[in-house]
Design a protein around this ligand. Sequence first.
Ligand code: ADP
Ligand code: ZN
Length: 617
Amino acid sequence: MAETPLEVLHRVFGYSEFRGDQAAIIDRLVSGGDAVVLMPTGGGKSLTYQIPSLLREGAGVVISPLIALMQDQVDALRAVGVRAAFLNSTQSLDERRAVEEAFAAGALDLLYVAPEGLATPRVQELLRRGTIALFAIDEAHCVSQWGHDFRPDYLWLSNLAELWPDVPRIALTATATEATHRELTERLGLGRAQHFVSSFDRPNIQYRIVPKDEVRQQLLAFIREQQELSVDAAGVPAPAAGIVYALSRATVEKTAEFLRSKGVAALPYHAGLEASVRAQTQARFLREDGIVIVATIAFGMGIDKPDVRFVAHVDLPKSVEGYYQETGRAGRDGAASVTWLAYGLADVVQQRQLIDKSPGDRAFKQRMGQHLDAMLALCETVACRRVNLLSYFGQASEPCGNCDTCLAPPVTFDGTVPAQKLLSTVVRLKRERNQQFGAGHLIDILQGKKTPRVEQYGHDGLATWAIGADLNQAQWRGVVRQLLALGLLAVSPDGYGTLLLTDASAEVLRGERRVELRQDVHETAGRASTRSARVSVAQADLPEEARGLFEALRAWRAQTAREQSVPAYVVFGDATLRAVASTRPARLEQLEGITGIGAKKLDQYGAALLEVVAATD
Ligand code: ADP
Ligand code: ZN
């Protein structure tokens, strides 16, 4: 009798039941059908192709874009007794040969390959020599040119349907708008696929977006708050691990250095660093506690680390998809996590200029502009952040109670008059052709500041001179930023940040349109922490008397992981250690049925676990 999917889930992975759509997706593939799966990070996508690969004849071929992660994925599978291997450009010829022979001989359950590898004749010949259980296309949104993360190598995957018409295919992603969903379905030839769309909500993640002022100090305050609050599953303080994203390598380097000078264990990560340094940084992040990675977006795609407690952005992301994917790396284990983004006027100007200067055609720039507009709408919303995010992904929801705007509803004010003052200054400056006047100069005029530039151009004679003394500089910058975000002001493509009117500005100037603006709240370290919801990890479900044992188990796990040079979670997840600590098993049979302990791990670690339990009061 063949095993059922549920039996495989118990025996191999040691889990008691399927989550969400997992069982239905697995049935679909086992019976030879195709599937398109949209499921948020941490939802459990991997099992949906791993279990069918174990149940069907041959090996499941997994196409995954980031080769740096393949080693860890394969390690985690081998740790539960699955015959997994990968093929990529980091291997020696001998290593590749060994994997190829194993595949051809039918000795593999899962084979991970990079998309660029799959298109080569060598790999295609190899695939014809063995039996393929299924194709799993991970991060499938990468095939979409309209999305935010296009990879040309993914286009080749449209050939799979013709080359292997009888092999079921599953495409998976954690970020897809309706447009991307449609496009990936079409490009991957998944017309007959069944679609499984889970809720995109990540209720354990708290979203915060703050106006940028001294961004490094703000970031430091945020990280200190997170690291002080962070308590591990046993209620013991443990420095929180986190990721800080910045747009440029220079900002990454400077920010990491600044944080280190303040005692934060921060490491830089970007594509300009040597591969060996990057690999080492990633390994430390996975294996050590409390590391903060400061990175460009090159870091983290598919990172499996379950206990990232915070994700911070010091620059404005280019799209909501990108933002959601990056913030989604927090809290995969389901425990409370916080995301934080600081953004300001300069971000908006810079992003608009980047789009103008980019080499793409008009349609491309228009698309990038739409991505940016959606991101700005999220930043400026006075309603629940989560409602805004989820509706972007086509999902309706109620205010969440766990984002900054829910926790401290923003105060709005009628900004029509300040907007008119600002826009009419723009009108007056426009008459001086070929001159570039950015936001700073405009604000100087409104506030009546006699700078050399004002004197040079005689701008103290303008009709709007000094009519804006009622707002301070930060408030004016907030007005400019919000008008830009609302499309009531534009940045000229001249590269100097000159501000221009838009069609919609005229309505405001004529008094036909009211402008509602949000009052920026410049948060200080103290304020931020009193306001935010307390971040505590699931310590409640561990009784006081189990905490000592939990600590001992963690120490054992750290040592074991070091000896085998794998990340700690490959040995056991926190949920498993928690269950062991609270049930205090004395015999091997009592370990069976504990979450995360399958047959292989029972065999390999069961005795050691019992020893730790016996040796700890
Ligand atoms: P995704 O790829 O969707 O981000 P993963 O496949 O990495 O998510 O799964 C996230 C975590 O949840 C992993 O630690 C995984 O082992 C665990 N998990 C997945 N399915 C189950 C299940 N049915 N029961 C218990 N844990 C599960
Ligand atoms: Zn909310």
